[in-house]
Write a protein that binds this ligand. Structure first.
Ligand code: C5P
Length: 206
């Protein structure tokens, strides 16, 4: 099971909080898993790209919806890769009608924390392999290792958002992979398609 893309947290019927995730990394992982003979369930936020052929794709908008679908399919999965960019917060309340401009020069939206989907799966891990992604701008290794432990992951793939050709909305990525046994693999800049191959090579060695 692979999660991909952003989530949308609606403020009113026509406005939402989101991020520039394209879903490319998650879709590339889904394609590679399929090539290797896996049965693939792709849980995807809204994207502009088509899911690979012969992959079961489930589309969601919000983090709450993604959490529900991911937990539904969890028992069937052997390997779970969280490549989605989940919004950390959502509006406390979605307004039923479009919010109108008013005379006030400030407008406040109250936000509440979304569930950490991967951490939730980590709590009921059993013998499943769980892989997370992280986007960091500072203290890369320290933050990555903290997330690996906190979410009970087997592997974390970290991209340094300050490097050119890494992170959101690019066709390439530059990552370092840390596993729970203390191994570290720094990979050079490569396409997300090629990176998907490398990630599954590392997953096989766990
Ligand atoms: O904590 P952080 O957002 O940096 O962690 C990133 C990893 O956790 C990614 O694999 C992402 O898909 C996952 N995540 C999640 N639910 C959240 C936030 C992040 O599953 N609410």
């Amino acid at each position: 099971m692979i999660t991909a893309g952003p989530t949308r947290e609606y403020i009113d019927p026509v406005r939402f909080i989101s991020n520039p995730s394209t879903g490319k990394m998650g879709y590339a992982l889904a394609e590679e898993a399929k090539k290797r003979g896996a049965e693939v369930i792709l849980i995807s936020g809204p994207t502009q790209i088509s899911p690979p052929n012969r992959v079961k794709a489930v589309f969601v908008n919000s983090a709450i919806q993604m959490n529900k679908q991911v937990n539904k399919y969890f028992p069937q999965a052997d390997i779970i890769i969280g490549a989605s960019a989940v919004s950390d917060f959502r509006p406390v309340k979605k307004q039923k009608l479009k919010i109108k401009k008013n005379s006030k020069s400030k407008f406040v939206i109250n936000l509440t924390k979304n569930p950490d989907i991967l951490a939730g799966l980590g709590k009921k891990k059993h013998n499943k392999i769980i892989v997370g992604f992280a986007l960091e701008t500072d203290n890369i290794e320290k933050n990555a290792l903290r997330k690996l432990a906190k979410k009970n992951l087997d592997l974390i793939v970290v991209n340094n958002a300050t490097q050119e050709g890494a992170g959101f909305a690019t066709d390439t990525n530059i990552v370092t992979v840390f596993d729970k046994n203390g191994n570290k693999t720094a990979l050079s800049k490569m396409s997300k398609t090629k990176l998907a191959v490398k990630i599954f090579d590392i997953v096989r060695r766990i």
